[in-house]
Structures are given as C-alpha cells and as structure tokens.
Design a protein. Sequence first.
Length: 112
Amino acid sequence: MIPTKNFKTKPVHPASVGKRMLQGAGVALLLISVFLISVRDIDEDWSELWVVKPLIIVSLSGALGGLFFYNMDHLRNEGALRKTVANILSLIVYLIVLWLGIVLGLNGTLWD
C-alpha cells in the first residue's frame, strides 16, 4: 500500500471565479468608460443618467467573459496545444460577449 500523504496535486483553478469575473468586468468597464467619456453631443431626450445602463450591462457582459475564462482552466491544464486553443477560444468568446453587451448597453442612446 502506498501512503497518500506524499501526493501533491496542483489546483485546477489558479484564481477564484470571483477574481476572474472582476477582471473581466474591470476591462469591460474601462473600455466602455473611455468610449462614453469621448461622447460630445448628448441628445436632450435622454435623461441625465443615460450612462448608467451601458456601464452596468457592459460590466456584466465582461464578468460573463471572465466566467468563461475561468471555466476553460480545465482545458488549459492539459498541455501546450490545448492551452493555446483555450486561450484563443476564451479571447474570441470574451470579445463576442463584450460586443453584445456594448450593443445592448447602448441600445436606445448612442446605438439607435
């Protein structure tokens, strides 16, 4: 019988799901903030708080992209080729989710 005390396993997830979601939301919030700051002509029909909707929706979509990145950690631990595939797939999904969040967030204001 082999003693099991000597076995050491690496954790599959190097960071928590909350940390990955905050990272994704932070990048998305930074991008939409830079975009919204550059807006010069604001329609008079919009309320004063029109920027809240895009900030919230885009941040949530970035958090979903971070969640997908977190879920790809199992594939990332299986080797060099699968790590590359997981990273490329995570980037593509993040960009698609971020684009959809920007469209939904700006719907009715700048994306009319």
